[in-house]
Design a protein around this ligand. Structure first.
Ligand SMILES: [Mn+2]
Length: 361
């Protein structure tokens, strides 16, 4: 296991590489060029500049999260071939600088979604990301985009880039005739286009789950339970066609048994990386907040999750996912320093205990 941290670059992150380096046990980043639009080639110069800076801070950058998939690929439009070719060039360029895993998702139009980015947790006065399906039901997609942009403390949010969402209504209409089956077909075409390149250069793709873990606004979604992921890993039968199991995203759906899902795909050799965080359901199965990582603060058993990882995918990259905002920190919602650092330390502690126990037999 390698413990990593998400970082957006020195121009757009409230957290510095020096601070990340000082978190105990931190091996490196899940890095990101946040200025690249979906479909654009990531040039060697851009990648080199970013990774040189990370290396200079004494950290690795073996995971990139994310290289976004252009909407035309998901829609299966004729222009997809050019975007797939661009994606292949990006894969090759990243491999040249030591990248081993690329996280991505195949969610139509809207990525992760919350109805409140700073919901105060009454018990301790911290705040965290919050979701209420009933509240979302009162909103249009444009409402949620506006609200998300307005409450992000001035930081750009991953996958909520204004350019990408500017023609939201037009793109939503294009999905009218696309059901799950058609989306899966378009997904297969994409994977068949890129997986041979990944195999050639030694990169693994890692599909991030839908968040929350069910379809929203009538858009089809494929990646939110074991059955859905079974279909995805079968699309192209290769270890390079892998998953980024995100416990918070999958955990939003109360039917998901996280340790069992990790074991299932871990044993298949399809889990190159995980996001590990906790979530607390609030009286209804579609109303939840993100809690601290500690098992007893939420609904997920982080000990069983880390144990499943230790036993079935011990070489995976892990990062603490979103954290709460604590100690009056101001930063990108979900991506402050303090609570994620506490999360990493807790996960490292669980890992050490599991490891020592296993070695004592
Ligand atoms: Mn995640």
């Amino acid at each position: 296991m390698k413990m990593t941290f998400r970082w957006y670059g020195s121009n757009s992150d409230s957290v510095s590489l020096k601070q990340i380096k000082q978190i105990p046990g931190m091996s490196g980043l899940m890095g990101f060029l946040d200025y690249k639009a979906a479909g654009e080639v990531w040039t060697e110069e851009e990648i080199k500049a970013y990774i040189d800076e990370v290396h200079a801070a004494g950290l690795e950058c073996e995971v990139i999260e994310s290289v976004n998939v252009h909407e035309d690929i998901k829609l299966g439009l004729p222009t997809r071939d050019q975007y797939i070719e661009n994606y292949r060039i990006t894969i090759r360029n990243l491999a040249k600088y030591g990248v081993k895993v690329i996280v991505y998702n195949f969610m139509p139009v809207l990525d992760w979604l919350r109805t409140d980015l700073a919901r105060v947790i009454p018990e301790d006065g911290s705040n965290s990301l919050y979701y209420d399906e009933a509240e979302l039901g009162q909103m249009t997609p444009m409402d949620i985009v506006r609200r998300t942009a307005e409450s992000s403390n001035g930081f750009s949010l991953p996958d909520w880039e204004p350019e990408r969402l500017a023609d939201l209504e037009r793109v939503m209409k294009l999905y009218k005739d696309i059901d799950e089956e058609k989306l899966l077909e378009n997904y297969k075409y994409f994977l068949e286009g890129i997986i041979p390149t990944c195999e050639e250069v030694g990169i693994k793709m890692a599909c991030h789950p839908d968040d929350p873990g069910w379809p929203i606004f009538g858009l089809p979604r494929l990646a939110h339970d074991q059955a859905g992921f079974d279909k995805i890993v079968e699309l192209v039968d290769s270890p390079a066609n892998g998953l980024c199991l995100c416990t918070g995203s999958l955990g939003s759906n109360v039917a998901n048994d996280l340790p069992a899902i990790i074991r299932h795909f871990g044993e298949m050799g399809r889990v190159p990386c995980l996001h590990v965080r906790n979530i607390k359901h609030l009286g209804s199965d579609r109303r939840f907040r993100e809690s601290s990582h500690l098992s007893s603060d939420g609904d997920l058993d982080l000990y069983e999750i880390m144990k499943a990882c230790y036993e079935t995918c011990p070489d995976a990259y892990i990062r603490p996912d979103h954290g709460r905002m604590i100690w009056d920190e101001v930063g990108r919602p979900g991506y402050g320093l303090y609570d994620r650092a506490l999360g990493a330390t807790y996960l490292n502690g669980l890992w050490e205990a599991i490891d020592k126990n296993a070695k004592r037999g």
